[in-house]
Every structure is written in C-alpha cells, then in structure tokens.
Design a protein around this ligand. Structure first.
Ligand SMILES: Cc1cc2nc3c(=O)[nH]c(=O)nc-3n(C[C@H](O)[C@H](O)[C@H](O)COP(=O)(O)O)c2cc1C
Length: 182
C-alpha cells in the first residue's frame, strides 16, 4: 500500500507538513507494511502551455509518483478561505493528459483531505474548494472523515506541532483511508 501525501505549503516548518508527518506515524502504526511518502514539488514551474510539451523533468517526476501511489492524502493550508495558489498550479499540471495515449494521472485515484490553519475554519473552506476541483478531475474523494484542525499555532510548542485533542481524529482518518484503499 503506497500513500503519497501532497502538502499544499512549501514553507519550512509548515504546520500542514507536520500534520502529514504525524499522519505518516499513524499509518505506520496501523500498517507497518504501508509506504507513506511526502511529494517534493517545489521545483514544479508555473504552468504555461508554451512549456507543456515535452513536460519539464519535475512535472514528469511528480506525475510518476502520483501514478505509483495507491492513494493521495492532501494536507492543505487555507489562504483567504481557499487552498493555496501553488497547489492549484501543481494540480493544473497533473490535470493535463500525459500524452495522446495516456490520460491524466489523477483520474480515479482515491484521496483523503486534511488541513490545519491559524484561524477558526481549520481549512474547511479551502477543503470544500479543493473537493470541487479534484471531483472535476475524477478523483475518488473520501469525504468522511475529513480532518480540520483550527487554531494551529496554539498547538505549537518549541516549533513542533502537538495535536492534542485532534490526534484521535487523525488516527481515525488514517484508519478510514487505509480501509478506503483496500
Ligand atoms: C495569504 C494567506 C492567507 C491566509 N488566509 C487564511 C484563512 O483564510 N484562514 C485561516 O485560517 N488562515 C489563513 N492564513 C493563515 C494560515 O492558516 C497559516 O499561515 C498556516 O500556518 C499556513 O499553513 P502552513 O503552516 O502549512 O504553511 C493565511 C495565510 C496566508 C499566508
């Protein structure tokens, strides 16, 4: 079982990246045979049809990682009640057919969604927008449960995220996603 996490923040110390790392620990505890990796995508260029073909090396690499995964787990920040623009850019690249013979790599791919934000929404608004996009791209979205973690910075101690009351919800989502992937 291969789970690929796509974290919508590129910043060092990202709360969403730390949430993905916590999810990796939950998955490892539930299924020691499962693989969990976090996609590196900070070298994916801004989408421009002028450079679409042949695909830039970074784009070919992320497409292959998505293809190789049994499921995608999104960890999205919330920017202005939306998901971040860089994540939209990545998804625009992934939404394009690989070739005349091969369609786009997100098609029919199962996915889960979590997020942590500074404010009270816990990324609920961003997640709803993300669901609209990835449903259009024909991903198989696990809508229940989704995880929203509000007031993210109140859960940081010495730079480290401590989920506290939210930890059991993350575990529950990991269990549900592993079952969803079977
Ligand atoms: C451009 C921008 C817009 C933001 N808008 C929201 C928002 O709508 N709701 C919210 O809860 N937090 C918002 N925030 C704060 C983020 O939740 C916070 O920066 C969070 O740590 C980002 O995720 P990360 O730690 O994974 O990078 C915004 C931050 C930025 C930079």
């Amino acid at each position: 079982m291969r789970v690929l996490a796509i974290v919508g923040s590129l910043r060092q110390g990202s709360l969403n990246r730390q949430l993905a790392e916590a999810a990796a620990r939950e998955v490892a505890a539930l299924d020691p045979g499962a693989e969990f990796s976090i996609l590196a995508w900070d070298d994916v260029p801004l989408f421009n049809e002028d450079i679409e073909r042949p695909a830039p090396e970074a784009v070919s690499r992320v497409r292959q990682e998505v293809l190789d995964a049994d499921g995608i787990w999104f960890f999205t920040p919330e920017y202005n009640h939306f998901f971040p623009g860089p994540l939209k850019n990545l998804l625009d690249w992934l939404s394009r057919p690989v070739s005349a013979k091969q369609g786009q790599v997100l098609n029919d791919k199962p996915c889960a969604i979590s997020g942590i934000s500074a404010g009270g929404t816990g990324t609920a608004c961003a997640q709803d927008h993300l669901v609209a996009l990835i449903s259009f791209l024909n991903m198989r979205v696990m809508n229940k449960p989704r995880l929203t973690v509000p007031s993210g910075f109140s859960k940081v101690k010495d730079g480290k995220l401590e989920l506290g009351d939210s930890q059991p919800y993350l575990k529950r989502q990991a269990e549900a996603f592993l079952a969803f992937l079977k």
